[in-house]
Design a protein around this ligand. Structure first.
Ligand SMILES: [Zn+2]
Length: 244
């Protein structure tokens, strides 16, 4: 899970940003480990099973900052790497309003319609990041479902292609997320912390600027996935305890 790739980000964006070098380190390690970046479209169309997925990795970007076209996307293309880009559909060609309003974060220009269409032409995948980047675990069920369905419709109409996956903003999933995503026509849902991974709550791992070679190597391994399987339930429990 990535957001921004920039060398001198505004201090409010630092947490969600990796430098050009860190991004190249990640791509180098993917290559060195013999991993092949794929997309959800490819997984569905090629009907990849467990053994077909063994050497695959999904590189994903949330929020669709337009600046990804300056460095990250050209670097992916140089290596013929695919990636999935998650766009909040009500903010196409707009700014990261939710960050600005809630956290007074620096404004970031998001991809416009032409840039999203260009991604598809380049063989990349666009997924839904909801309509308005809401915390879907804290709105009513109808609103959450409408957000999933409408964002899918908007993107499908714009891109003339099927939208396969939904990345929950903030990783926040409503209790009935599986049923809702399925009903809205998605095949995959992406979470961040989840006690039990399913196709509708896939675990994502963020790559951070402070991650050294070993940390990236670990995050790209099955070992890390196993570690998180044990650690995440404790993390969730601890969080709900402190919230209470
Ligand atoms: Zn986001």
């Amino acid at each position: 899970m990535l957001h921004h790739v920039a060398d001198q980000p505004h201090s409010s964006l630092k947490k969600w940003c990796i430098s050009h070098n860190k991004f190249l380190e990640l791509l180098d390690q993917i290559e060195q480990k013999g991993l092949v970046p794929t997309t959800f479209r490819e997984i569905v169309e090629l009907n990849l099973n467990e053994s077909g997925l063994k050497d695959k990795v999904i590189i994903s970007f949330d929020d669709c900052s337009a600046a990804l076209f300056d460095f990250a996307i050209p670097e992916l293309l140089k290596r013929k790497f695919k990636a999935v880009f998650y766009m909040p559909s009500a903010h196409i060609g707009d700014l990261n309003i939710w960050d600005i309003e809630e956290h007074a974060m620096e404004s970031v220009s998001l991809m416009n319609e032409t840039q999203l269409q260009q991604l598809v032409v380049l063989g990349m995948e666009v997924g839904s990041h909801g309509e308005k980047h809401l915390r879907l675990d804290s709105v009513n069920e109808q609103l959450a479902f409408d957000d999933m369905l409408n964002s899918k419709k908007t993107l499908e109409k714009l891109l003339d292609t099927k939208i396969y996956s939904f990345a929950f903003p903030y990783g926040k999933m409503p209790a009935n997320h599986k049923k809702m995503l399925r009903k809205a026509g998605y095949q995959y849902g992406l979470s961040i912390y989840t006690a039990f991974e399913t196709n509708y709550a896939l675990r994502r791992f963020a790559i951070n600027e402070k991650d050294g070679k070993e940390a990236i190597d670990l995050k790209l391994s099955g070992k890390y996935r196993l570690m998180r399987f044990f650690y995440d339930p404790i993390f969730l429990l601890k969080n709900s305890f402190f919230k209470a």
